[in-house]
Design a protein around this ligand. Structure first.
Ligand code: ADP
Length: 373
């Protein structure tokens, strides 16, 4: 099994690396969470065994898995590290999980950190010099690296070299340091957020898509089984189809439904248990939660159905723009509740219908604004 090192905010100690810039207070290094559960913190809280460890346990994404399995096998046969890999897709779809599987299948150690945690070149140098031959450095939210750190990354990725600061004051200079061959795996919610020079230095670029309801039902069944409260096929289907195409949400809902089922003294989750629990949790039949509904209602009620700019919407909802763009919008766009036009976001007829707005009249609507989709 791949050994995992999580970034605890302190760079691994490497002899020659002295931070070139002053370190910031430790609290500032904690990783921002877009949906309150993203990434490594959640992994720590997860029951053992829920996060898949091998390709065979990773449900769905068949085409992606097939390609990555070939790349891993080829790298192993050559005795070389895997090429630098960029994984992109909305939060909770399995980028971190896939990075861990890749390390596991390669038989190397994975070091996990994130863009905002690498505050200056010294921290990056600490991580890079701590890597063993062929190890994986996983950087989540890689689009949030600072420009100076990103620049240091280029020579590390291309030439296996990093310039380390040595000495102090007027005698300060940099010294090139050769790194062990390694694989950088970067994760980002959107490739467009990445600078072109960084993006071009990845040899493997792959996207992870939303999961189908059937795949999510399988994930629910696996998780429920591991949690000791099995789900019937219909029970798993009910949770799966309300999980916004996202395994992290499927796992979270499975845990909550399990609580309700347990208190109701069930020995397995049936569709009726799932329906009851999800209703209590405010998750509707389409998987929309209260923020989704607030977002769509705000566009309808305050912006006449749109188009509305993202900044205005974020201000109205008191939600960070990034959260709306990374967590909420992708699913609403994919399911046809929202469209993006050059002038902003606009609700669709489907959204209107879902919220119970009747054509031309509902809730004061004058029939303008929404798109006829
Ligand atoms: P990301 O890094 O894209 O935000 P994660 O890799 O942290 O997402 O995945 C979130 C959770 O969802 C993981 O803890 C894992 O248990 C589960 N998960 C993700 N992808 C899969 C999958 N393909 N099969 C089963 N479980 C998955």
């Amino acid at each position: 099994m791949a050994r995992v090192r999580h970034d605890d905010g302190e760079p691994a100690k490497a002899e020659p690396a002295e931070p070139a810039e002053p370190a910031e207070p430790k609290a500032a290094r904690s990783r921002p969470l877009l949906d309150g559960e993203a990434g490594t913190e959640e992994a720590d809280a997860e029951a053992p065994g829920i996060r898949p460890q091998r390709f065979s346990e990773y449900i769905g994404q068949t085409a992606l898995k097939r390609k990555l399995e070939v790349f891993v096998t080829a790298a192993r046969q050559r005795g070389e590290p895997l090429d630098h890999t960029l994984l992109h897709g909305p939060p909770g779809l399995g980028k971190t999980t896939m990075a861990q599987i890749l390390a596991h299948e390669l038989g190397v150690q994975i070091h996990i950190t994130s863009g905002p945690a690498i505050e200056h070149k010294g921290v990056l140098a600490g991580h890079l010099t701590a890597l063993g031959e062929g190890d994986v450095l996983f950087i989540d939210e890689i689009h949030r690296l600072s420009p100076t750190v990103e620049e240091s990354m280029y020579s590390a990725m291309e030439d296996g070299r990093i310039d380390l600061p040595v000495g102090e004051g007027s005698r300060a200079r940099t010294m090139p340091f050769s790194l062990a061959p390694f694989t950088l795996i970067g994760a980002t919610t959107r490739t467009a957020l990445l600078s072109a020079p960084l993006r071009e230095r990845f040899q493997i670029l792959e996207g992870i898509d939303f999961y189908s309801d059937a795949e999510l039902a399988k994930i629910v069944q696996r998780t429920a089984g591991l949690l000791g409260m099995p789900a019937s096929a219909d029970g798993a289907k009910e949770i799966g189809r309300r999980s916004r195409g996202t395994p992290r949400i499927a796992n979270r809902l499975t845990r909550r439904v399990r609580d309700f089922a347990q208190v109701r003294e069930r020995d397995r989750i049936e569709a009726e248990d799932a329906e009851y629990a999800l209703e209590q949790l405010g998750i509707d039949h389409q998987g929309l939660d209260s923020i989704d509904r607030r977002l769509l209602s705000a566009i309808l009620e305050q912006f006449e159905g749109g188009p509305v700019g993202i900044e205005a919407l974020a201000a109205t909802l008191s939600e960070p723009r990034d959260t709306l763009e990374d967590v909420y919008e992708p699913f609403l766009l994919q399911r046809g509740f929202l469209v993006r036009t050059p002038r902003g976001r606009q609700v669709t007829r489907k959204a209107k219908k879902h919220l119970g707005w009747s054509d031309g009249r509902g809730k004061g609507d004058d029939g303008q604004g929404e798109l006829d989709l």
